[in-house]
Design a protein around this ligand. Sequence first.
Ligand code: 5GP
Length: 192
Amino acid sequence: MNKINKNVLAVISGPSGVGKGTVIKRMFELCPGLCESVSCTTRAPREGEQDGREYFFVSRERFEQMIEGGELLEYSAHFDNYYGTPKAFVEEKLKTGDVILEIDVDGALSVKAAHPSAVLIMILPPSMEELAKRLKSRGTESDEKIALRIARADYELSKKDKYDYCVVNDEVNRAAERILDIIRKEKEVLHD
Ligand code: 5GP
């Protein structure tokens, strides 16, 4: 898909607490021409969320139609709700520029299986100790929830060898610049 358009489909993952959102926000500040994909979900909007901005909020029935109709690049269920990447939306965005997808490892590997030219980038913590410290310092969650997040982080990190690139988030600007360099480099490959 992106080979035709000569724009890069970059899929970014990383464990909870790694600072993914902050790094991606910085990338958009540094490079305003980037496009961000908007996922579909069956969960209800939270306060302040807008349809078409954070997510496309759809009914369960509509989501199941999208699955059956092959309208999703990938999807998964989290906490009784469906989440998925709308294929047509991403394809439209790829006509105008490089597209960033922020999804979990399972979703990212599904996108890669369907579109081998997608570039998978994992954001890593400087160390597991640092990640555990960041998760605990949020201070809003029980020990049990923190333990679950750490177990999930271990799972996500265990898939890092399947990624095309790993970028350590030791400093936000540096990590954002490194990812933008990867996208530029991959773009050159598509234009060869
Ligand atoms: P939340 O409800 O907090 O916005 O998101 C819950 C989970 O859904 C997060 O782990 C998030 O990464 C995941 N998620 C959001 N969009 C997508 C998507 O398009 N595909 C997949 N596979 N997961 C998603």
